[in-house]
Design a binder for this molecule. Sequence first.
Ligand SMILES: [Zn+2]
Length: 298
Amino acid sequence: MKHYVRLLILSSLLIPFACATAQVKVFACEPEWAELSKILGGKHVKIYRATHARQDPHRIQARPSLIARLRNADLAVCTGAELEAAWMPMLQRRARNPKVLPGKPGYFEATDQVRLLEKPRRLDRTGGDVHAEGNPHIQLDPRRIRRVAAVLAKRLQTIDPKHSNAYQKRWKAFDKRWLDSMARWKQQAKPLQGKTAVVYHREWVYLLDWLAIKRIGSLEPNPGVPPTPSHISKLSSLQKPDMIIMSPLNDKKPATWLRDKSGGRLVTLPHTVGAVGAAKDYFKLFDTIISRLLKSGT
Ligand SMILES: [Zn+2]
């Protein structure tokens, strides 16, 4: 009996260790990719979240702790299109991990899998535009997320062929639930079609495109450039927007100022998973966005 108990203790110590070493170590640049990797990878992935929802992914410091995490990663899942231009290339240089370099299976860029909106015809960085390669904020378009999920599931299969069937199964389950949810969201959001919006940063462009809401201006004169009084004045002389959309990261002052001058409703929406308490997973994120838009735009 004593021997049996000892064996039991020993095996219970060994089994979690064996599982832990077999997991794919994912370095997720933004919360939305951590969430998608978790949905598709389940117990076969171990996720490190490089940034959280209260950080601006355009402006992250290449801290030593991030370098150490990337050094041990099997797969880095990022947005790309220069969203992480200020920190990811530096991390990749310093981490010296050949698995996660551009062009390797261990480096996945979500924007590489879809067509981007606002792609400039010529490269122009004057005025501090941080979207010089096109709008990188695809995380708010369920159609593009569906495509990204399909390719990411395949990538996990390539990196961890032993669990190929599990990834395929998880992707299929996600895709079914996602398609059902997309149809429901679209139906719920019908009253929003044709409404007009001024956005703070242009991270809402894909969402508005999906919901057929018309963007009539942005509080930032150029992506990443803070609103100026003259720009707000110009905006307020245009048509009255139905809504002014900002994220919890934005400065409320210029948005309130525009609201007071031009009218329309000011609505703060979660821009990623976890940005507000009600947006704790990818499905809840869109539930929250749609319900907040309906409250403010109808
Ligand atoms: Zn941006």
